[in-house]
Design a protein around this ligand. Structure first.
Ligand SMILES: C[S@@+](CC[C@H](N)C(=O)[O-])C[C@H]1O[C@@H](n2cnc3c(N)ncnc32)[C@H](O)[C@@H]1O
Length: 279
């Protein structure tokens, strides 16, 4: 059997027919440096033994449900390259929409703005904002040193400077700086929802990035909005990505914590996904 067909057969239990084509194309593109046409015309002998081994070991990992972004070690977010591995959550398309909401906040690209990303993970939000807003000074917090190291590598990869802080947002004291924008995509999956999470997420992505307790599902929204109330400049804006099941509760919480113009927005699939507010 030809090599490409063999790979497709091996992965047919992990991916649907529709997904298989793009997965195979990604694998060959990243690991063998060849595009779709070249794959179709592929003469097995043209691939070196070393490249075939690399592809085979990637396939073995994919067969165990490891996400392709970890196996290939990279992904794209908002058109920029990001290193991805199990030190942090894989950037999601919804989060690209969150970045878009911030970038559409007109005027941000003209003035020198200070931005803080809380729970930066791979650094996808902070690094993209620093790359797109040339006059912005971007800072980012995370409790995970692993995530901060990865985010730092992603800032270097994209040639931007982000000031990273090892901070636990639930315990922070003595932080003086004020910001024009505070953004966060905090952990928001409840323990109760764990049983609906697919094995490729549950078994590979860091649980500290995903889960909150059933008893305090909004803990991050409460602490972060209280922190933001004291660390946003006049007219500063807070942006959250949220669990679709808690939209109305988070709107209420932000109002109680002193925010004005609180808005609940849907993502591209029509789910409640973002909450914004001003001080
Ligand atoms: C849902 S992930 C978001 C990662 C990234 N911002 C993104 O959008 O892909 C949440 C992040 O919050 C971090 N985190 C969890 N608890 C935290 C805490 N108490 N203080 C600061 N960061 C925390 C996790 O390490 C993780 O990187």
């Amino acid at each position: 059997m030809d090599f490409v067909e063999k790979i497709k057969t091996e992965l047919s239990n992990v991916y649907s027919k529709q997904e298989l084509g793009s997965v195979v194309s990604l694998i060959f593109n990243k690991l063998a440096g060849i595009n779709l046409t070249e794959i179709l015309l592929l003469d097995n002998k043209k691939l070196s033994e070393k490249v075939m081994q690399k592809i085979e070991s990637a396939v073995e990992r994919l067969k165990l449900n490891e996400p392709i972004q970890y196996v290939l070690g990279q992904t794209e977010f908002y058109g920029l390259p990001f290193i991805t591995d199990n030190r942090a959550l894989i950037p999601r398309p919804e989060t690209e929409e969150l970045v878009d909401l911030i970038l559409c906040n007109c005027g941000l690209d003209e003035k020198p703005v200070e931005i803080l990303d809380i729970g930066t993970g791979s650094g996808c939000i902070a690094v993209t904002l620093a790359q797109k807003l040339k006059n912005a000074q971007v800072s980012a917090f995370d409790i995970s040193l692993d995530a901060l190291n990865l985010a730092h590598e992603n800032a270097e990869l994209n040639n931007v400077f982000v000031k990273f802080y090892h901070q636990n947002i639930l315990k922070i004291t003595d932080f003086e700086q004020k910001f024009d924008v505070i953004v966060s995509n905090p952990p928001y999956v409840t323990e109760e929802e764990k049983e609906f999470i697919k094995p490729n997420v549950l078994d590979f992505e860091p649980h500290i990035a995903l889960f909150v307790s059933n008893s305090e599902p909004l803990i991050f929204y409460d602490y972060i909005s209280k922190f933001a109330k004291n660390h946003l400049k006049p007219n500063g804006k807070l942006y959250f990505e949220i669990n679709q099941n808690f939209g109305k509760n988070i709107v209420k919480l932000l109002k109680i914590n002193g925010f004005k113009n609180v808005e609940l927005k849907k993502d591209i699939s029509g789910k409640d996904r973002f909450v914004l507010g001003n001080i």
